[in-house]
Design a protein around this ligand. Structure first.
Ligand code: KG4
Ligand code: ZN
Length: 328
């Protein structure tokens, strides 16, 4: 089954043509074509994504990305079209949905709506190096979400907790802005943190010892702001210390869930999962606990079209209308 997937929930216009064989966790995916137009340069002067600019860029880039996909294959013949319907910025979602709808009508193909967050989760099954063992604890960490899931099987999960305020990626982006680093801040903080001392500044670890699996990153962000007001710290030390505080909370809560539910694997996904420092830390932690660890390869952590095609095969089918508040 060949799926043409379309993703426009934020600032990437991403398309992919993926062939899926098999069922559920035994599925195998072959990426036939992929194309992505990043809008980072357009939003960078504003320090974040500007919705109406995102809409305009998606409208402009969608036909160009489709041509790019067609140029990568001899025979462009999808069996279905899948499009992200949420969560995301509503003005960004609609151009993708409208484009998908027109194309589906023109090509007489079925159209299915995809949950962007399912895309992140299922990107862990893309390579299928070895079967992921259940139960699995999954940490979804992106610019808009911070969610801890307990997966009993590939299509059965329970949300254990989520952020009560800022998403972790949002905190990275805001702290980067305070440090006058360009948008998106996550990769910039990670880079700078390599040269800093993570123990130099004691930032709070919000909710780290709470009994629940919820998170909060707004207080951590604010304490960075206050610290910068009355100290002349090295930016690398601030980056390293902020990152360490945020990752301490993620690790501790994940381990707690592993213990309580007897998990056999830990999975990471979402833009922040592209952070190598975090990946190394989780990989080590999993090894020490005798658990499997999985994270998609680097470019499939941040938004992309391939993950939407994978979710079209493994996930649920959602109504074809923008739903910015969709969740897991
Ligand atoms: O999943 P994603 O591409 O878009 C959303 O669905 O939100 O995630 C984007 C977020 C941004 O906040 C970005 O700063 C963060 O992921 N990010 C990182 C890294 N790469 C991207 N955060 C920390 N370290 C990174 N290397
Ligand atoms: Zn995303």
């Amino acid at each position: 089954m060949k799926t043409l997937a379309i993703e426009t929930s934020c600032d990437e216009t991403a398309l992919a043509l993926v062939d899926a064989k098999g069922q559920g966790e035994d599925s195998e995916f072959k990426i036939l074509a992929e194309a992505i137009a990043s809008q980072i340069k357009i939003h960078r002067p504003f320090g974040g994504v500007v919705p109406h600019l995102a809409k305009r860029e998606h409208e402009k880039n969608l036909p160009i990305m489709l041509e790019e996909i067609k140029s990568q294959v001899n025979d462009f013949a999808p069996d279905q079209i899948a499009v992200t319907v949420g969560p995301g910025l509503e003005p960004a979602l609609w151009p993708g949905i409208n484009f998908a709808q027109e194309l589906a009508e023109k090509m007489k193909l079925p159209l299915i709506g995809i949950n962007h967050l399912e895309g992140h989760v299922f990107s862990n099954w893309l390579e299928n190096k070895k079967a992921i063992e259940f139960p699995a604890v999954v940490l979804v960490i992106s610019g808009g979400h911070t969610i801890l899931l307990l997966m009993e099987s590939i299509n059965q999960w329970k949300k254990l907790g989520e952020t009560r305020d800022d998403a972790i990626g949002e905190a990275f982006d805001k702290v980067a802005r305070m440090l006058e680093l360009p948008y998106p801040g996550g990769p910039e903080i990670e880079k700078l943190a390599h040269e800093g001392d993570p123990k130099s500044i004691k930032f709070p670890r919000p909710m780290i010892n709470d009994k629940n699996y919820d998170f909060s990153f707004s207080g951590l962000k604010t304490s960075v702001l206050y610290r910068l007001k009355d100290h002349q710290d090295d930016k690398a030390d601030v980056s390293a210390s902020f990152q360490a505080a945020a990752f301490d909370v993620l690790s501790k809560k994940t381990l707690k869930a592993v213990g309580e539910f007897g998990a056999k694997s830990i999975l990471l996904c979402g833009g922040v999962a592209a952070n190598r420092t975090l990946q190394n830390r989780f990989s080590k932690m999993a090894e020490e606990e005798g658990l499997d660890f999985s994270v998609p390869q680097l470019k499939y952590n941040t938004d992309n079209g391939v993950m939407i095609a994978v979710a079209a095969h493994l996930g649920k089918d959602f109504p074809i209308k923008a739903d910015s508040s969709l969740n897991l």
